[in-house]
Design a protein around this ligand. Sequence first.
Ligand code: F6R
Length: 639
Amino acid sequence: MLKTKKRDISYKPAGQFEDTRFEKIHNVIFESSEEASMMVAEEIADLIREKQSKGQQCVLGLATGSSPIRVYDELVRMHREEGLSFKNVISFNLDEYLPMDKENRQSYHHFMHEQLFDHVDILLENVHIPDGMVSPESVKEYCLDYEKKIKDAGGIDFQLLGIGRTGHIGFNEPGSHYNSGTRVITLDHITRVDAAPAFLGIDNVPRKAITMGIATVRSAGRIVLLAWGRNKADIIKETVEGEISPEVPATYLQEHENCTFVLDEAAGSELTRNKTPWLVDESLEWTEDLTAKAVVWLCEKTGKSILRLTDKDYNDNGMSGLLTQEDSYDLNIRMFNRLQHTITGWPGGKPGADESKRPERAEPDKKRVIIFSPHPDDDVISMGGTFDRLIQQGHEVHVAYQTSGNIAVSDKDALRYAEISKSISKSGEAQNIIDAIKAKSESSVDPIQVRTLKGNIRRGESYAATRYLGLDDANVHFLDLPFYETGTVKKNSLSEEDIEIMIAIIKKVEPHQIYAAGDLADPHGTHKTCLDAVFEAVKRLKPEPFMNDCWLWLYRGAWHEWDIHQIDMAVPMSPDQVLKKRNAIFCHQSQKDGVMFQGNDSREFWMRAEERNKETAEKYNALGLADYAAMEAFVRHIF
Ligand code: F6R
């Protein structure tokens, strides 16, 4: 990925910003969503202050969802620490579910108060959020009135937006008209799927919403749209580079005169200038990583293996700059070797072998290894084959489950276990739990004893899987990191306690290898928080002598795989090893057959894992490297 320098987000009209060849919307990419959010908050604060100094009101259009959370945090901080006042702010929120009671924790009303309004000095009479309880008879009039209120306030000065994977802005789903105003809309299925975790299941997600229209949004003087994470990368590319179409309502923003998309690297990763920069910039500086990326891309594009690429293939695809130092023959061999050397059946290093052509060190023969698994099944889903090999090859393997994973167990499963416990022991506790489960709905927060039972169910499943792979129970560690234990989908931030738990286990094992889930796709998800905990712990432990011998390997979770050019170690699996991995995943029974958090992929976890591992092997094969049944992939993180 090309790194962008720290930059401001001020809008530059078309023609004045770089890399415009494919891009129709001004956009700025930041290394992290945190840094980007600070810049956006600063722009909003500047506007509020500027208006204040002129004795004017500042009209803000506000969004909910995960994207603006850090912006609101920063505005609250500015209010507390720098005296930023919101007394001259009038706000209009984009949307609200229908029907939706204000008091419901899932309401956007609740969200806005929790994230922003309760912590700043905005006058409540200046806050406008569509009312999710408005009656069907009066909703039309209500929407017209919402529009009128915006006009009466002088129109929106600054509109903050997120974007849905359907390309919705507000809840203007595909099909929305360019001139649409505030109205009732039926939510797209994908939008409901994305909202399902927050509602603990898609059946609880409302089907309708009130949303400001496209015309309402377009009328704002300034628009800033935020998008974070890999999940948004495809829709961002379509919106920024595609044709204007009602099928992707966000493309209407191409016609706005003062609109900026603020992205993190993952969200901007599919834009042509990042994905295939050689098609945009012919005077590109070719690093080794970029060369590998381009060669893999060229093989996919031409359908050829590496050693069959010709000068013409390079020249015809914007890559002639690569052939100034060497011809295609030498370049092909160099890249072939680079990728070939990532393949190893010895993830813990091959004793006595020449390490210069292998991803891991040969020494020591027997390594101490910790596999960090965010939930109690990511270890086997994501690296079950490698896990098995490490044990078979005699390394001292430890697995540390970072969170209890308790919210992903259904009430139905919990009830079954509680009833079995009751039949074995006559203690009243089992009956209490049965009563508690029966008294609650699936979407309400579990009382503590139910959560404990659910956590124990997942522990039992983890032991079943690790015993199946031949690991001693003493090497299985359940960390139950406190940040996760909210009983709801929204988790706490990492605390000192979480980091101390992580440090303690690393110090205890003094590992030569740490494996961790390198999922950067969802910036607010549990995997990312668990990875942050690993990074923070290794950073603090760095001065310890044993850390000089410790390498950190990142695997990807259930959702997607590393790009081939990123992979530092690819561990092949035979058909028998694929079956063994499948059986280990099957031990996690509560996560099979209609799991609570299915996401937008209807395949079960074992199927996703198998298809992904097969696909990686097929890609290696197509590059002309080796023909295996499946492969697990890792990236080394230097800390
Ligand atoms: C929220 C809204 C939506 C979200 C979009 C992205 O008020 O109108 O358009 O901005 O669904 O949601 P997140 O930020 O949760 O990915």
